[in-house]
Design a protein around this ligand. Structure first.
Ligand SMILES: Nc1nc2c(ncn2[C@@H]2O[C@H](COP(=O)(O)OP(=O)(O)O)[C@@H](O)[C@H]2O)c(=O)[nH]1
Ligand SMILES: [Mg+2]
Length: 255
């Protein structure tokens, strides 16, 4: 693979978590470039990120003017990383819900040729810790709904711990993605499958944040609900390949 590994951390009010996340990523992937994409947090996250970047030449900060949703933050971050020559681009939450120690397991299948590797809560060995029943049910139901409505095998369509090969990101024309919240995760994985790229799921255990607050809202959940049929039946540009033209999607890597 050509190019470096970029880990993108979208932040909105993550001052309590940022240092630990960045430290964890640094420890797990010493050679990675880290990009914090901050949407003008009110709690000093951006200033903290700048201070950390002053000590680490491979830590970058993208300052955006206001909270515009995780989808917009990621598309800006992807463009930045690809312009800088990224070979692999990783999405990861900045609240320690995604364990930085899992990064090498996410990267390994991509180095072996997988176009998109998903950290998956819904394959054997994966799971969720410390979520209440309401969020468990919503997430489980949402993933099952999206999987059936789209007719794909991928188990965890809404997760946000993902590793893209740069070529796959370019192939899906990410800048034209329209979704903002969880639906953004579904939209990109859908497009990856539509262009015939391979998707691999590796089990991860998602831990609910200990510090700071979730930005999840009813609006984000509703967007995902209507966006799924819109993906399936909307744009003519992103349509599933015929069954015999598809790579096996949702191959599960053990351990
Ligand atoms: N830049 C940016 N980051 C966001 C935005 N909304 C959420 N995030 C970040 O996205 C990650 C996941 O968000 P979180 O609120 O924890 O969602 P949850 O884990 O589903 O409850 C965290 O790192 C947040 O700080 C946003 O509008 N802009
Ligand atoms: Mg979270």
């Amino acid at each position: 693979m050509d190019g470096s590994v970029w880990v993108i951390l979208p932040t909105y009010d993550e001052a309590e978590n940022l240092e630990a996340v960045v430290g964890g990523v640094r420890a797990a992937t010493p050679d990675a470039q880290i990009l914090v994409v901050d949407d003008n947090s009110r709690d000093g996250t951006a200033e903290l990120a700048d201070a950390l970047a002053a000590e680490d030449a491979a830590l970058h900060v993208l300052h955006r003017p206001g909270k515009a949703g995780i989808g917009r933050a990621y598309t800006a971050g992807f463009a930045y990383a690809l312009d800088a020559g990224a070979g692999l681009v990783i999405e990861m939450d900045a609240d320690l819900s995604h364990d930085p120690a899992d990064l090498p397991r996410l990267i390994a299948p991509a180095l072996d040729g997988a176009d998109l590797v998903l950290g998956s809560r819904y394959v054997a060995g994966g799971g969720i810790e410390n979520w209440g029943l309401d969020r468990r049910v919503l997430s489980r139901w949402g993933c099952g709904y999206a999987r059936r409505a789209l007719g794909v095998e991928v188990r965890d369509l809404t997760g946000g711990f993902k590793c893209f090969r740069a070529g796959a990101l370019r192939a899906v024309d990410f800048e034209t993605a329209t979704a903002h919240g969880y639906a953004f995760q579904v939209e990109l994985t859908w497009r990856v499958l539509c262009v015939g790229c391979s998707v691999v799921e590796v089990p991860i255990r998602f831990r609910e944040r200990r510090l700071g607050e979730s930005k999840m809202s009813a609006r984000i959940a509703l967007e995902a609900a209507w966006k799924v049929p819109a993906l399936r039946f909307g744009s003519r540009r992103w349509r599933p390949l015929e069954a015999d033209a598809r790579p096996a999607d949702a191959v599960v890597h053990e351990g």
